[in-house]
Ligand binder design. Structure first.
Ligand code: MGD
Ligand code: MGD
Ligand code: SF4
Ligand code: MO
Length: 702
């Protein structure tokens, strides 16, 4: 029997809507949900490789409890009851001695968090974290400082955009399928892209203008552009007069940051900066200065993103067609939102262990900052953390310096990993619980905000293979064992969906036709001169930020020039491949076949100086000399001489992932000493403050 199931892709965190074709319980085909015009039936390579992931044998197939040392790979196969009893006993003992606050949990963010966040709250812990301290936190905080609300306040009307400005936002390789489709459409309609990167990525190839910027100088570039925009009165005065506070202060600050000054810092000719500013002003308000998704990772990246947002404001592109629009939720279109479990559980009174929201008031308390958990574990300050549950997250790859991380992890009494593959962190855990894949499970209904908000459904397409279980069932069972099962009364996802939908007037079978339910018939735009809502104290866009100044941070940071690498050293820069997701797909049979290993991009002049030719084997060594490895060089003039580049996520060390094992190099392993290095205003780890030594290798690839 053949059936078609509408669901949501889980091969990366973008979560595209999909249609899955199943025959006799086996997945035969996956495509973009044809009912979603943004997808137009398309998927990216990783999404299509979902079938290969599903039927790969090299994933956790039963619960396992560690036998030997952490990371030694000695495991005991156990039943679910044994595993859950083991975890519950340990957690109960920890709660008894240290309180529920001693349990930390991290995940991968996103819309499916209600049940596990509720679990954590039910056991009395405020210590929920996600991956975002190495992803979008700088942008989140930049948005908060200007608009009083986070980065997801806005989305981008790419389709109608006339000029899209991207700072390392590699839209055609670091893919969001809908965004890539819409940007292609804008290009077809004559839209322009200015792409700024330290190397020519796939997006640079399609751009109208490519600027190879000196690494870590985007902030200087933006100051130069703002200087021209203000000096030549190129901005939308009506919009700025209506909504902005602090323009005078900005003007005074940028007065000395001329395009000539910016040229010195960035290497981008002053004349081109002036031309560019005039060009974008002609296209305003249909202009987007993308503040980045994870942008560059420097100590001042918060201010790069903040000034990109400021440029959008100066162009008047908020809530303008072809610009940034406010994402509307159910309440904005007169509808009731989904019910959530989290708000039915009393919030723990304890403060977060990482200080977010109280010690560091400018840091959003929501998911906190995971890198601040490590010193808290080591110093037991402000209180001890004894257990860590890691769910759909792999910090040993996602955060810098796995060895340094393990020093903190080894102070913990319990590490539990809920993982559908073998993450590096799972491999170093005490218990691995095999999670159902996105094809094997249903998740909580999600709200997708936008011009036309909607509710979306991830629906189980096939039965669980091996001995995996859906995450919601795992947390429910743990809660029951810990005596807080009363909050988790639903029997299955269908019952949970009924609870979520209660009072919305929407029936479960409304999802059958398309897999989602739209809450508005037509796109909702607000009057940009009247109806915008800013949640800052002044209700305006705060160029001079109350939030920052109250926390002794400047609204406009005096620029400081990034460190130049010493001779023989380079800044190690990373990014994504269109066919891999971080560190989690390198072992996928199909994606491995397409890209089995990463290479090291190196500038041709620099390579010549070092006697390195294309495809030579080179040795890369961390700045402290403690880690090194060999890799093939990709010699190109299209990378800045100060930088070398590798695709993130290779260099995997889980032996039972036989395809990925020891293939390529892992950027994260070279990021020595960076675990506690972060932008003090934005909170993100400064992962790109990483220098490596490169030389021609005497040995072959190991
Ligand atoms: N050096 C360096 N560091 C980086 C980056 C970089 O480019 N370079 N990128 C940064 C960015 S932008 C991000 S977002 C983070 C990403 O960091 P992570 O979020 O840790 O990365 P993922 O590869 O998405 O890992 C998710 C984990 O979830 C598991 N998993 C996958 N599907 C499922 C599932 O259905 N259920 C469960 N329970 N588990 C599942 C995977 O096996 C993997 O262990 O890394 C950041 N860190
Ligand atoms: N195929 C694929 N797509 C993905 C993901 C994936 O793993 N695989 N992950 C998703 C996630 S979680 C995220 S956060 C996004 C990330 O999407 P993007 O933000 O587009 O990130 P990257 O691909 O990491 O690209 C980073 C780029 O920044 C450049 N760069 C380095 N230093 C500088 C600098 O100083 N200035 C400028 N302007 N550029 C610099 C690097 O050379 C690199 O090309 O991608 C998402 N989409
Ligand atoms: S971008 Fe690709 S892998 Fe990510 S959710 Fe969409 S289809 Fe899946
Ligand atoms: Mo990310």
């Amino acid at each position: 029997m053949r059936k078609s199931v509408f669901s949501i892709c889980g091969m990366c965190s973008v979560r595209c809507p999909i249609r899955v074709e199943v025959e006799n319980g086996v997945v035969k085909w996956i495509e973009g949900n044809p009912h979603d015009p943004g997808m137009a039936g398309r998927l990216c390579a990783k999404g299509s490789a979902g079938i290969a992931m599903q039927y790969d044998y090299e994933r956790p197939r039963h619960p396992m409890i560690r036998q030997g040392e952490r990371g030694a790979g000695e495991w005991r196969k156990v039943t679910w009851d044994e595993a859950l009893d083991y975890i519950a006993d340990k957690l109960a003992a920890i709660i008894k001695e240290h309180g529920g606050r001693a349990i930390a949990l991290s995940d991968r963010g996103g819309p499916f968090r209600d049940i596990h966040r509720s679990f954590l709250r039910a056991v009395g812990s405020p210590n929920y974290f996600n991956h975002d301290c190495t992803c979008g936190r700088n942008i989140q905080h930049a948005s908060l400082s200007l608009f009083g609300s986070g980065r997801k306040t806005f989305n981008y009307d790419y389709k109608q955009c006339k000029h899209l400005v991207l700072y390392g936002r590699n839209v055609f390789e670091s893919i969001r399928v809908k965004a890539a489709n819409a940007i292609m459409e804008s290009l077809d309609n004559g839209g322009k892209i200015t792409y700024i990167d330290v190397r020519a990525s796939g997006t640079a190839m399609k751009a109208t203008r490519f600027w190879m910027v000196r690494p870590g100088t985007d902030y200087a570039l933006n100051l130069g552009i703002i200087h021209v925009v203000l000096r030549d009165k190129l901005y939308d005065t009506e919009f700025v007069d209506k909504w902005v506070t602090g323009l005078k202060e900005l003007e005074a600050f940028v007065v000395s940051h001329t395009p000539e000054w910016a040229e010195e810092e960035t290497g981008i000719p002053a004349r081109e900066i002036v031309e560019f500013a005039r060009e974008t002003a002609k296209d305003r308000p249909s202009v987007i200065f993308h503040p980045g998704w994870m942008t560059a990772r420097y100590m001042d990246s918060f201010y790069s993103s903040r000034t990109a947002y400021i440029l959008n404001v100066l162009m008047g592109s908020l809530e303008a067609p072809g610009g940034l629009f406010f994402q509307k939720g159910p309440g904005d279109v007169g509808k009731k939102g989904l019910n959530d479990l989290l708000s039915t559980i009393p919030k723990p009174e304890e403060k977060r262990v990482d200080g977010c929201g109280w010690k560091y008031k400018h840091f959003d308390a929501g998911p906190g900052l995971l890198h601040l958990l490590y010193p808290a574990i080591i110093n037991e300050d402000p209180y001890p953390i004894k257990a860590y549950i890691v769910h759909r997250h792999d910090p040993l790859i996602g955060l810098p310096d796995p060895e340094e991380q393990m020093k903190a992890f080894n102070k913990l009494d319990l590490i539990v990993a809920i993982d559908a593959k073998y993450g590096e962190t799972a491999w170093h855990a005490d218990v691995i619980l095999p999670a159902a894949t996105y094809l094997e499970k249903s998740s909580a209904l999600a709200t997708e905000k936008g011009l036309k908000p909607r509710f979306t459904m991830r629906k189980q397409a096939i039965a669980c293979g091996h001995d995996a279980r859906p995450d919601w069932a795992i947390f429910k069972e743990l809660a029951e064992r810990l005596g807080v099962g009363g909050y988790f009364k639903f029997k299955d996802m269908e019952e949970f969906w009924q609870f979520q939908l209660a009072g919305t007037g929407i029936d479960l079978n409304a999802f059958d036709e398309k897999g989602f339910v739209s809450l508005a018939d037509a796109p909702v735009w607000w009057d940009r001169m009247k109806d915008l809502k800013f949640k800052t104290p002044s209700k305006k866009i705060e160029f001079v930020s109350n939030l920052l100044e109250e926390n002794s941070l400047p609204s406009f940071l005096p620029y400081s020039r990034p460190q130049k690498p010493e001779k023989g050293y380079f800044r190690l820069v990373f990014g994504r491949s269109p066919v891999h997701t971080h560190g989690m797909t390198q072992n996928n049979p199909v994606l491995h076949e397409i890209m089995a290993v990463n290479t090291l991009w190196i500038n041709s002049d620099k390579a010549r100086e070092l006697g390195i030719f294309n495809n030579d084997v080179v040795e890369v060594t961390s700045s402290d000399g403690s880690h090194s490895g060999t890799i093939h060089a990709y010699v190109t003039e299209y990378i800045h001489p100060e930088a070398v580049y590798m695709v993130h996520g290779f260099g995997r060390k889980v032996p039972c992932q036989t395809r990925a094992y020891n293939r390529g190099l892992g950027d994260y392993r070279f990021e020595k000493g960076l675990l506690n290095v972060y932008d003090p205003a934005g909170g993100c780890n400064a992962l790109l403050d990483c220098f490596v030594k490169v030389k021609k290798a005497e040995r072959k690839i190991l």
